[in-house]
Design a protein around this ligand. Structure first.
Ligand SMILES: *Cc1c(COP(=O)(O)O)cnc(C)c1O
Length: 360
């Protein structure tokens, strides 16, 4: 068996320990004589799996009792519609446009009401986070929306926007559980798990109880109401059972690692190694202003499309996979999520040094 260093933005690297455990339990989960994939979601064995998963993410993030944890499907992209369907009471919301995912959410919201772009960093190819300390927030805005870590462009909000008292809604898909987060600052926060937590097919939402209501936009499908999922313990219908089981294993792995303070420290160390190399390199350079750099997604370029392509090709051959930048921006991007070991980043930097020596 050969494992590569996988720098994919998502679906992405998972802890090897978790994969091994899942493999060992594939044919017979915990004496049940069946795989979790084959199990009724109404069984007590499965109920324990989802209950423990919920408790473990509550412990990791210190989620207060007045927030519900929802396990849903449809990817982050369905959330782009569910957010306005559930929260746009006045049919008005303010969006901060820091990349393609924020923009898609903003465009989707326009199907349901007036979505205002109150700030944007599109003028400089989303290479920074705009100043959000004093935005023209609409008096009637139902919420203010951000994409907290911009997977494609490699920026991250280091301070949350001043919403002037409005509810904050955030997509944290690519920074979920990478560091501690103060859940009380958000009315609703969600993420697709395939970036930093588990297999594609699960979205986790953390919602403040007063945001859960039957008062949704007319025509909202039952499956798109947060209340449906909240009232039924994420089991109104068959949940993505196997995916939730893997997420649960990752939560236990995170706890064993020491929790999110420790993960933050490890993630900062990995990111610092790569950024400090980029900052002194004669060939490679980062594309994001230093103060807004993500510690999860690190885009970089050589300045030459041919050299970029050569680098990606040679890196792949050397066992560093999925370093090609997003199809809309080009260049390279190293996604260094929780499960990427320090050694993976150290070896990548070594490889980049060698490449620079030969090509600069
Ligand atoms: C990947 C990603 C999405 C899209 O997720 P899907 O599950 O494919 O819909 C949305 N937002 C962010 C921040 C992402 O990284």
């Amino acid at each position: 068996m050969k494992r590569v260093y996988n720098f994919s933005a998502g679906p992405a690297v998972l802890p090897e320990e978790v994969l091994t455990e899942a493999a060992n339990e594939m044919l017979d989960y915990n004496g049940s004589g069946m795989s979790v994939m084959e199990m009724s979601h109404r069984s007590s064995v499965y109920q324990t799996i989802i209950d423990e998963a919920e408790q473990d993410i509550r412990d990791l993030l210190n989620i207060p009792d007045n927030y519900k944890v929802l396990f849903m499907q449809g990817g982050a992209s369905l959330q782009f519609a569910m957010v306005p369907m559930n929260f746009m009471k006045n049919r008005k919301a303010d969006y901060i446009i820091t990349g393609q995912w924020a923009k898609k959410a903003y465009q989707e919201a326009q199907l349901y009401g007036t979505a205002n772009a109150v700030a944007s960093s599109q003028d400089k190819t989303f290479s920074y986070i705009p100043d959000c300390s004093d935005l023209p927030i609409d008096e009637d805005a139902d919420y203010v929306y951000i994409c907290e870590n911009n997977t494609i462009y490699g920026t991250k909000f280091k301070t949350l926007p001043n919403t002037k008292g409005k509810n904050l809604v955030a997509d944290v898909s690519s920074c979920f559980l990478s560091e501690p987060m103060d859940v009380t600052k958000y009315a609703y926060v969600y993420g697709g798990v395939q970036k930093n937590i588990g297999p594609a097919g699960v979205v986790i939402g953390i919602i403040r109880e007063d945001m859960i209501t039957d008062d949704v936009l007319p025509g909202t499908p039952t499956m798109c109401k947060f209340k449906t999922h909240a009232d039924n313990g994420s089991m109104y219908n068959t949940p993505p059972c196997y995916g939730i089981y893997i997420c649960g294993k990752v939560f236990k792995w995170l706890k064993k690692m020491g929790g999110l303070e420790v993960m933050k420290q490890k993630n900062e160390e990995k990111a610092a190694l790569l950024y400090s190399f980029l900052d002194q390199s004669r060939l490679f350079k980062g594309t994001v202003v230093p103060q807004d750099r993500s510690i999860m997604n690190v885009p970089f370029i050589t300045g030459s499309d041919e050299l970029d392509a050569k680098f990606v090709k040679e890196a792949t051959a050397a066992g560093f996979e999925n370093l090609k930048g997003h199809r809309t921006v080009g260049g390279m991007r190293a996604s260094i999520y929780n499960a990427m070991p320090y050694q993976g980043v150290a070896d990548l930097v070594q490889f980049m040094e060698d490449f620079e020596r030969k090509n600069a």
